[in-house]
Design a protein around this ligand. Structure first.
Ligand code: NAD
Ligand code: UD1
Length: 343
């Protein structure tokens, strides 16, 4: 019998890769998404890869009554993987209430509806942003968390606190928060990948769109950081590795293997790459020269971030497998496939 998992935000970038892996692991998937930053085409693409179209309900998770009804109808689900959120950092600074309203209501309604229906396992998409500017490198789960710079980031930190509080009082409820470092890359088929609406905020899609001729020039934000080449360092992790970690977290919850009802894990490659190293690696992998210019730092950016994932290795049996060349190559293949589809 299929084991049903509800995936909120499952039509999006990270979600669609998780859904593929869930289906490949014989789970039945119900996606809840309002398509505010994705499209129903994801469902066909998932079917193209797996042969199965996941169940899908178009719903705004901030609609409490609609959510109550859906969860009542799907109270046979074993767990929820919660990805639905708005994630544009810059916009969250301009319109903070939109982000707090959306991200916190999505979370609260999901938790409320699932608990009402006896679904007591929950995986949460969190972010390395909860560490703010880190006090130590590599960052471990014991490193201090700090108030993130942006309302987006803060909605993740508050989200984690809400879940932790719930785990404290409701003894049959258990949860794992996964703190993603910088997800990039795409499924090896080139059929699913990141599809930013409008001008990308993040480095990787900006690089591939510049190489594809959609953007004139990549702006490198800051050349005066105290790093070996003056540009900021991040821990990029392949989205397929990230997706695998969700399967591992889910199994840990379902098999009741947790040490405590609430756990958090870092998900990164443990290696730091500077912006210039990313550009050089892209040029080597794609054989395309990038037009770029070093400009001012971007407000809120941190000098250097990279993860220790020893805890995930020990408890989830998870470790990032794919290297930076594979990440960049798959991002580039996805971008090229997208362009050829549009032509
Ligand atoms: P995404 O925008 O591609 O996917 C999010 C999905 O949630 C979209 O399909 C969107 O339509 C949906 N959604 C948003 N608000 C909704 C609402 N009110 N009701 C129903 N659906 C709603 O983003 P992603 O990159 O796949 O990120 C997934 C999760 O991972 C998010 O929670 C994000 O904050 C978190 N995260 C992402 C990154 C990253 O770099 N991509 C890093 C750290 C954490
Ligand atoms: C950003 C968010 C973070 C969020 C993450 C995933 C900020 C301050 N942080 O992380 O909260 O969890 O995305 O969505 O926005 N860069 C350029 N030129 C560009 C784009 C980026 O030089 O056009 C640089 C940045 O300065 C940074 C690195 O590339 O040093 C990576 O940037 P990005 O992909 O936006 O990720 P983060 O800033 O790490």
């Amino acid at each position: 019998m299929d084991r049903k998992i509800i995936v909120t935000g499952g039509c999006g970038y990270v979600g669609s890769h998780i859904v593929v892996q869930l289906i490949e692991n014989q789970f039945e998937v119900l996606i809840l998404d309002n398509l505010s930053n994705s499209s129903e085409a994801s469902l066909d693409r998932i079917k193209q890869i797996t042969g199965k179209r996941p169940l899908f309900i178009k719903v705004d998770l901030s609609d409490r009554a609609a959510m109550a009804k859906i969860f009542e109808q799907h109270n046979d689900a074993l767990a929820v993987i919660h990805l639905a959120a708005l994630k544009a950092v810059g916009e969250s600074i301009e319109i903070p209430l939109k982000y707090y309203y959306n991200n916190l209501n999505c979370l609260l309604n999901t938790l409320n509806s699932q608990i009402e229906n006896g679904i007591n396992k929950f995986v949460f998409s969190s972010s390395a942003t909860v560490y703010g500017s880190p006090d130590e490198l590599p960052i471990t789960e014991k490193s201090n968390t700090k108030r993130p710079f942006s309302p987006y980031g803060n909605s993740k930190r508050i989200g984690e606190e809400i879940i932790e509080d719930l785990c404290k009082i409701k003894c049959d409820f258990s949860s794992i928060s996964l703190r993603y470092f910088n997800p990039i890359g795409a499924h090896e088929s080139g059929i699913i990948g990141e599809l930013p609406k409008g001008v990308p905020n993040n480095l990787m899609p900006y690089i591939t769109q510049t190489a594809a001729g959609i953007r004139d020039k990549l702006m490198v934000f800051g050349g005066d950081y105290p790093t070996h080449d003056g540009t900021a360092i991040r821990d990029y992790v392949h989205v397929m590795d990230l997706a695998q970690a969700h399967i591992d977290a889910l199994n840990r919850l379902l098999n009741e293997e947790q040490d405590t009802p609430y756990e958090t894990f870092n998900l990164g490659s443990t290696k730091g790459y500077s912006v210039l190293e990313m550009i050089q690696t892209f040029e080597a992998v794609s054989k395309v020269k990038l037009n770029y210019e070093i400009t001012e730092r971007r407000a809120g950016d941190i000098t250097e971030l990279y993860a220790s994932t020893k805890l995930a290795e020990e408890k989830l049996g998870w470790k990032a497998e794919r290297n930076i060349d594979e990440m960049i190559r798959s991002s580039w293949e996805w971008e090229q496939n997208l362009r050829s589809e549009k032509e």
